[in-house]
Design a protein around this ligand. Structure first.
Ligand code: PEP
Length: 267
């Protein structure tokens, strides 16, 4: 653990209409207590951000966008810019594998989104990770190198302190419902990838940036696997997909993070 607050992010993806999102938030408010040791972030759909921002208890949760456009305004029909989100969210997920692989976002597009987020005072949660094919061809390290170095390449060292990186091996991501039965990487594999990520940050921005960078793990996390994943060397938190849509699972993940934090503090 390189940062003393564990960061847990729930990515609701393209699920829940505004009413359902509001109900889930209500349930989470009921279940989850304010914990100074844990920072909780919810990423609902773009449509739900505004109403949820009025409902949310800001002492418990922060909001994140799942995506935004890298130009601040203009003739870009259908897009929402980071500048429009500035007052609504603390974070924005950038470079999620859904965006890279289903919407064709390439390395340069992800870099431009990271820069746009920073320019608009939003902390990007930069997702990186190899596909199953890249894993089999032993290209993981190269993929992480290219994704991390390109995404951060336009930032100053002051900017980079605001970035969070999520290691999300694409082959470990659930479909949204099979997260309890999906293959997840071994702790050694996650630790190796996180080490490689920090090494690339180190090469670009030096030791302080690399040590202080918050690095999350994401991929089929559940309440029962959360603690082991959080105890993995170098992991500062979790990016949770499918399990974040179930208030019992998500609050179970938060409880696991709290228990781990309090156990490590009492050592
Ligand atoms: C994700 O897609 O960011 C994710 C972590 O999903 P899941 O937990 O469902 O694998």
């Amino acid at each position: 653990m390189t940062n003393n607050r564990t960061l847990i992010v729930g990515n609701w993806k393209m699920n829940l209409n505004v009413q359902q999102a509001s109900l889930l938030l209500h349930r989470l408010h009921e279940r989850i207590r304010i914990r100074r040791e844990i920072e909780l972030v919810l990423a609902p759909s773009m449509l739900a951000l505004q109403p949820l921002s009025l409902q949310i208890d800001r002492r418990k949760f922060r909001l994140a966008a799942q995506n935004a456009y890298h130009i601040d305004g203009g003739a870009f029909t259908g897009e929402v810019s980071f500048s429009m989100l500035q007052d609504l969210v603390h974070y924005a997920i950038v470079g999620h594998s859904d965006r890279r692989h289903k919407f064709g976002e390439n390395l340069d597009m992800v870099r431009d989104k990271v820069s746009a987020a920073i320019r608009n005072d939003i902390s990007p949660i930069l997702c990186v990770g190899e596909t199953q094919v890249e894993r089999r061809q032993k290209e993981t390290k190269q993929v992480l190198h290219d994704q991390v170095t390109t995404a951060l390449s336009n930032l100053t060292s002051l900017d980079v302190a605001k970035v969070v990186i999520a290691y999300e091996p694409v082959w470990a991501l659930s479909s949204g419902t099979d997260y309890l039965h999906h293959e997840i990487p071994t702790p050694d594999l996650i630790a190796d990838a996180v080490k490689a990520i920090r090494h690339h940050v180190y090469e670009l921005y030096g030791k302080k940036a690399a040590t202080e960078m918050r690095v999350l793990y994401g991929g089929s996390t559940s309440a029962s696997t959360a603690r082991g994943l959080l105890e993995t060397e170098g992991v500062d938190g979790l990016l949770v997909g499918g399990a974040s849509l179930n208030y019992q699972e998500f609050s179970g993940i938060v409880d696991a993070a709290y228990r781990m934090q309090t156990a490590s503090e009492s050592k």
